[in-house]
Write a protein that binds this ligand. Structure first.
Ligand SMILES: NC(=O)c1ccc[n+]([C@@H]2O[C@H](COP(=O)([O-])OP(=O)(O)OC[C@H]3O[C@@H](n4cnc5c(N)ncnc54)[C@H](OP(=O)(O)O)[C@@H]3O)[C@@H](O)[C@H]2O)c1
Length: 283
């Protein structure tokens, strides 16, 4: 058998546990992994896997070869480091050594979770993503956009929004590349810097409807979230994270998507046109 044929055969025998499999990144990781011939074991609460209940972990991990880890709802939350560390140690103990963690670029609060993974004994790769393009099309921001206005505390700072399909492609490429990316921290961005105002303008143009962007102070945004019933500890973390991330620290692109995939990351404009054509922002 040639080396390539052997790699393909090994990949096709791989079983990967995908946490957050019903979410934005996990669903795409599962899809990309299946497309690459891997066996996917989806792990969210519908399959009986609960980050808050360690007794549910072993069943999903047993006899797997690798796992994609995402921590809900924010990798910077105080519970994340403990959860990631405990799950990673459990996985390693069960022989599931190859672990890929989704982290957040520029988010200091995410560092304890990253450290917990690194010290677990796993063959780890950390994938730090910048803001997802799909934050505009899936999740809490969609409702406002449908009604013609995005209210958000990002000021005029620029961000190289990344398409979650590129995150998924990178995760699967990492998982199927042996130990090539083990011990590496990758930073994933899109190909272009855009302010939130410019991003909303591109979506507005793609939909043909008027959608405006209204920047607000972080504190006012936090008060609004509290008014919508978001728990106080979650609001506090979000405010802390937004305040830090909106200072321009992420206003530069990286080449890591191209390094792993050998192609450019998807452009925001393609995301906006495709999501508009799918009727994402229609009332
Ligand atoms: N948004 C961004 O721009 C951005 C950028 C960088 C990094 N991140 C990081 O990305 C992560 C979020 O990823 P995502 O957007 O792909 O997720 P998501 O779309 O918010 O989906 C959350 C997933 O987690 C599952 N889940 C929720 N609570 C759970 C629990 N207690 N036990 C097991 N599963 C649970 C959900 O499934 P069920 O409800 O069915 O269980 C769902 O599959 C966070 O760690 C965040 O810090 C986000």
């Amino acid at each position: 058998m040639t080396e390539n044929a052997a790699d393909t055969a090994n990949t096709q025998r791989m079983t990967v546990v995908v946490t957050g499999a019903s979410g934005r990144t996990g669903s795409r990781v599962a899809q990309a992994a299946r497309g690459a011939g891997l066996t996917v074991r989806a792990a969210s609460r519908a399959q009986g896997f609960d980050w808050e209940d360690p007794t549910t972990w072993a069943e999903l991990l047993r006899d797997a070869d690798a796992a994609y880890l995402m921590y809900p709802s924010d990798i910077g939350s105080p519970a994340a480091a403990e959860g990631i560390g405990a799950l990673a140690r459990k996985a390693v103990g069960l022989g599931v050594r190859r672990l890929v963690l989704l982290s957040a670029r520029g988010e200091d609060q995410a560092l304890p979770a990253e450290e917990a993974l690194k010290s677990s004994g796993a063959d780890w790769t950390i994938v730090r993503a910048t803001w997802f393009s799909q934050n505009f099309s899936e999740g809490p921001l969609v409702e406002g956009m449908i009604h013609g206005e995005l209210v958000f505390p990002a000021g005029e700072v620029k961000e190289p929004f990344v398409d979650v399909r590129d995150i998924a492609d990178v995760v699967v490429a990492v998982l199927t590349s042996g130990d090539r990316y083990a011990g590496r921290t990758l930073e994933l961005t899109g190909p272009r810097l855009l302010s939130w105002r410019a991003a909303v303008a591109e979506i507005s143009e793609a939909t043909g409807a008027t959608i405006t962007y209204t920047p607000v102070p972080v504190r006012a945004y936090g008060e609004a979230l509290t008014g919508f019933g978001v728990p106080p500890e979650e609001v506090d973390l979000l405010m802390e994270v937004f305040e830090a991330l909106m200072d321009g620290r992420n206003a530069h692109v990286t080449d890591d998507v191209r390094e792993v995939l050998g192609r450019k990351p998807r452009d925001f404009d393609d995301f906006a046109r495709e999501a508009a054509a799918a009727g994402t922002w229609k009332a």
